[in-house]
Design a binder for this molecule. Structure first.
Ligand SMILES: [Zn+2]
Length: 464
């Protein structure tokens, strides 16, 4: 692609650009000098242009430079969807998403291989952080998880994840009981991992955090904080109440003030949460949305989209009452976002895009998630932080990436509009810089075209 300037061929200078400092929302007008995949200096055109070939000086008049976006919750999944997922990797870049956190799947080893290929410049895609495969209990509903039923098996699986060199550990609770779940968190934390996942019905969020939990995936679990969570968990453990009853109490006994107080405690303790609201919204509004003409479907193979049916079927035929309840629950959850933000709990933006998550399109759904945050009342700056520097903060690498400063990784996105005025500006991607390559709009459009063609090719090869 001749229209891709390679920063490694020499330095690249973006000048006349509005640099957005996501730390505080300041906009600095100036020039950014990039050398390979690093930001070398920020300053004036006059002092930085020496030695930069004219073709590598890019006039960014009227444009806004932000750190590349992070989608902190995706699943590249489906043992029979390897090519289908692979074609989407450049699509993330075209959407301005330069980093993704893969929260485990049945393609664990494949995703680890893609992580290395992208790092080595052999494959075009975002930086990948991955959990590989997740810990679960025996006979869970999830495919390809690491199922354990005692501490010996737990340690064996953690040995395996060590060998894989995963970036964090993911744990879910479909069949994994609270006791072994908590031990899993402690053991993974003791090995130095960030630990993320769901919240079992018989553990409190505080307990998990004290055991070393870094983030709760899905804000819906935080709604428990509006109830007497400790009491409900104690009643469960002593056999005074059933799981079904406990679940109902978590729903029915919500008190907003109690929730705010507990959010504050966890905020102070340093918990992260990845809300993933878009999936719930897509399901809640299925009755009034026609998805059949969604433009993103042109990137998804028929085989990929076939997976969408299971959640639709699982919801079954719903009465108007049930449909309304689902919408109410979504809106209540959305209303918690500004309260969570104020509490100091760090929000990491993530979509939960996955073949198994109905109409939660890769890449597109992160942008929709950010738009939901705006509807919920977060400021564009808070939203940008959730999708950039909070991700680096989660992994403890804020000194290396996700803000625009000398010495940081040059994972950058140039926008045609100011995202601090309206977060929808992140849809106006002009160019993307990552892995030492500068992709202008023409290059990004070409990548999208290649992805659409690949989808058609895969579909027709399977019809034969
Ligand atoms: Zn997920």
């Amino acid at each position: 692609m001749s229209f891709v300037a390679t920063a490694q061929d020499g330095s690249l200078l973006l000048y006349n650009v509005n640099i957005i400092h996501v730390e505080d929302g300041a906009i600095q007008r100036g020039a950014v000098l990039i050398d390979g995949n690093k930001i070398k200096a920020i300053g004036d055109y006059q002092e930085l242009n020496h030695g930069v070939a004219a073709v590598n000086r890019i006039d960014c008049q009227g444009k806004y430079l932000i750190p590349g976006l992070w989608d902190m919750h995706v699943h590249l999944e489906g043992a029979d969807l390897i090519d289908d997922n692979k074609l989407l990797l450049p699509v993330f870049l075209a959407y301005g998403i330069t980093t993704i956190r893969d929260c485990a799947s049945d393609l664990g080893e494949q995703v680890l291989a893609w992580r290395e290929e992208i790092k080595a410049g052999k494959l075009i895609g975002p930086v990948i952080f991955t959990a590989g495969r997740k810990l679960e209990g025996k006979n869970s509903i999830w495919k390809g998880d690491l199922e354990i039923e005692n501490v010996t098996e737990l340690n064996q699986m953690l040995d395996l994840l060590d060998k894989y060199k995963v970036d964090f550990v993911k744990i879910t609770e479909n069949t994994l009981g609270g006791d072994l779940f908590l031990k899993s968190v402690q053991a993974a934390h003791a090995r130095g991992y960030k630990v993320s996942g769901h919240v079992p019905i018989d553990l409190t969020i505080g307990e998990l955090h004290r055991a070393g939990y870094t983030s709760v995936e899905h804000a819906s679990y935080l709604m428990r904080l509006g109830t007497d969570e400790e009491q409900i968990v104690a009643d469960l453990r002593s056999g005074k109440t059933t799981k079904e009853h406990a679940g109902a109490r978590y729903g029915a006994e919500f008190n907003q003030q109690a929730a705010i107080e507990k959010y504050a405690k966890l905020g102070k303790a340093g918990l992260f949460v990845c809300p993933t609201l878009i999936g719930g919204r897509q399901l809640a509004y299925l009755d009034e949305t026609d998805h059949s003409r969604d433009p993103f479907l042109s990137y998804l193979t028929n085989k990929f989209v076939a997976n969408y049916q299971w959640r639709i079927q699982r919801m079954g035929v719903q009465s108007p009452d049930q449909i309304k309840q689902r919408k109410d629950r979504y809106l209540q959850l959305r209303s918690q976002i500004p309260l969570i933000q104020q509490s100091g709990i760090k929000i990491i933006a993530g979509s939960d895009a996955a073949a198994l998550n109905t109409y939660v399109y890769p890449a597109e759904s992160l942008i929709q998630e950010l738009e939901i945050f705006q509807e919920a009342g977060l400021t564009p700056l808070q939203i940008l932080q959730s999708a950039t520097m909070n991700g680096a903060d989660y992994f403890g690498i804020s000194d290396k990436t996700s803000t625009i400063a000398a010495g940081k990784n040059a994972d950058l996105v140039l926008l045609d509009q100011n995202p601090l005025e309206n977060i929808e500006a992140v849809r106006k991607v002009n160019s993307v810089l990552t892995h030492g390559k500068f992709y202008n709009r023409k290059a990004l459009d070409e990548m999208l075209k290649v992805a659409r063609e690949r989808k058609i090719e895969l579909d027709s090869s399977r019809e034969r």
